[in-house]
Structure formats: C-alpha cells, structure tokens
Design a protein. Structure first.
Length: 320
C-alpha cells in the first residue's frame, strides 16, 4: 500500500473504530465518497492496521488463556476451533490467526528470526503486508540433509516473511545437523557464517513452531529425512520429547547431555531465551508433550495454539 494510501486508511480506521464516526461523517471530513471510505477501511483490515477480536461469554478461550498464562508465564492466544475439523484444517485456522497476531508486533528496524517447519510455513502463507523499514528476516537453523539442500523449502518461508514486512532476507545455507560436532565448530569460525550468527544474536523477535517426536501430523524435522535410525535411537535414549529450531529437549525442559544438539545448527536454548519476544505457534493436540517441554524450558514469551491443545495443556498441569 502506498504511503499516502496507508495514511488515509489509518485516519479512516481511527475515526471509524476509535471515534465511532459513521462512514458518511468520515467521508464528509475527508472530503471523499462513502465508497472510498469503505475501501479505506477494508485496506486497513487487510494490511493489519485493524484487528477485530470477538469475545463470546460462552467462549472457553479467555479462561484457558488465563490458566496457561498463570502457570507458564506466557502471553496466550487460544484459537477456537471446532472438534470436527481435521489436523490440516486446524493448522490452517491457527496459522491464519497467528499471522494476524504477529503482524502488529513487527516494527521497523527489527531483526526477526524465523525457524522453518510445517507450522511456520503455514503461517507464512497467511501473512498480510505491513510497511516496515530497515528490518531483516534471518533464518534460525540450516535446512540441508542427505537428500536435499533444503534451500527451496526454507527460502520460500523466509521469502514470504520478507515480502510481508518489506524486509531483507538472510538465509542460513548450512545443514540442519552436521555429521560431526567438530565440523560445526570449524564452520562457526568462518566469517560468512559469523555474519548470520551475529544477526541471530541481535534478534528482537523469534518465531517458531514446536517439533514433537510423537505428533500425529509429523514435524518436518522427523519426517523430512533429517534424522536416521541412529539419531532417532539417540533421541529416545535421552528421553527427548521435541525440539525448537532443531535443538532438542526433554519433558522437563532440560537439554543437557543430548548429544545431537552439539551438531545442530539452531540457536541454543540459552541464546533463544535472550530474545525479547519469542512467539511459539502450535497446532494439534498430539504435540502436547513437545509443547510442554518447550514451555518448561521457557523458550516462549507468546503462545498461539488451538483450543483442543490448550485444553490438554491445562488438564496435564505441570510435569511431575
């Protein structure tokens, strides 16, 4: 949206939603037609300037949000979803609302870290454009494996985020996992890699999903050829329940002694916890163990999830 059109849409939205003026009154004040005002209001909604929330007294979402917020200390957005929808349909609903929630949180001159995955890929397809300046999208973890470089899959996600926010995109062209920890150590000393690592270290927002070992809708890292049988056995012997950006954790949030993390290219949990805003998007109740582990590890400040998963999270309570 051109800057002049953006300003007009903002002014019309403020008059309509904040000052309760009618469209006829706005048209007179702006010296334009009622139909133009209607188009400006539509543009304001489509561009994310305006978000409309519906709160029903019969809706369980607010109470679920309060319980999760009190227990885990995160800001929560529960997406009401009918039980009759399948996992793919639920993911689409969650991704749509997540995209609308994320948009207003992105400002100019931001460094936004994005982890690839099925959930964040869905979110990226629902983003609406928002004008920002001097912002950067940086890929959080490598995407290559023995079968593919992963560049096309990850770059499509990053590109959609870049287009939505008018931001520069920085890919991370390394494998998801190195074969040897020593190779990672050597690569992390390369200046070309350090440039990306420096951007990651200065992130103001991180956006990620949760990979779960036993999810009904398999996480990309477990279904996309990134882990062989030996790797999976190592994860099982370490009681791993999930990952964020290909860095694994147990149900209690701990990650010490998980050898595969030494070869992972994702940010460590310590580094991720330094990011001011960390937005986690989860769809599907079968990811509950991975989600609980991520929350116990305090990896998220903001959580967007479907209603069924929120109910399971509340009913599970804290780990024993």
């Amino acid at each position: 949206m051109p800057r002049s059109r953006h300003s007009e849409a903002l002014r019309a939205a403020q008059m309509y939603y904040l000052q309760d003026l009618t469209m006829d009154a706005i048209a007179r004040e702006l010296r334009t037609s009622r139909s133009t005002v209607s188009r400006l209001l539509s543009s304001a909604r489509e561009s994310g300037l305006v978000q409309i929330q519906i709160r029903s007294p019969l809706d369980s979402a607010p109470e679920l949000e309060r319980m999760i917020r009190n227990h885990y200390g995160v800001d929560v957005h529960v997406v009401p979803v009918l039980d009759t929808l399948n996992e793919a349909e639920t993911l689409d609903r969650v991704a749509t609302q997540a995209a609308k929630t994320i948009g207003p949180l992105v400002d100019s001159n931001a460094i936004i870290g994005v982890a690839w995955g099925a959930t964040i890929s869905a979110v990226s397809r629902h983003l609406t454009r928002k004008i920002t300046h001097g912002s950067t999208i940086v890929q959080l973890n490598g995407a290559g494996n023995m079968q593919t470089t992963g560049i096309t899959y990850a770059s499509d996600i990053m590109r959609r985020f870049g287009i939505a926010f008018g931001a520069r995109v920085e890919q991370f062209p390394v494998p998801a996992f190195f074969d040897h920890a020593s190779t990672k150590t050597a690569m992390w000393n390369e200046r070309s890699v350090q440039r990306v690592l420096d951007l990651q270290a200065r992130m103001s927002i991180a956006i990620f999903g949760v990979g779960s070992v036993h999810s009904d809708y398999p996480s990309h890292v477990y279904a996309g050829g990134y882990l062989d049988e030996t790797d999976l056995n190592l994860l099982a012997s370490s009681d791993v329940v999930g990952d964020v950006a290909t860095v694994f954790f147990r149900a209690d949030g701990s990650s010490d002694g998980i050898t595969l993390n030494e070869r992972s290219t994702g940010p460590s949990h310590e580094q991720l916890r330094q990011v001011r805003r960390r937005i986690c998007v989860v769809s599907g109740a079968s990811k509950i163990n991975g989600l609980r582990g991520a929350l116990e590890a305090k990896l998220a400040t903001d959580l967007i999830l479907d209603e069924a998963t929120a109910k399971r999270l509340v009913s599970f309570g804290s780990p024993s």
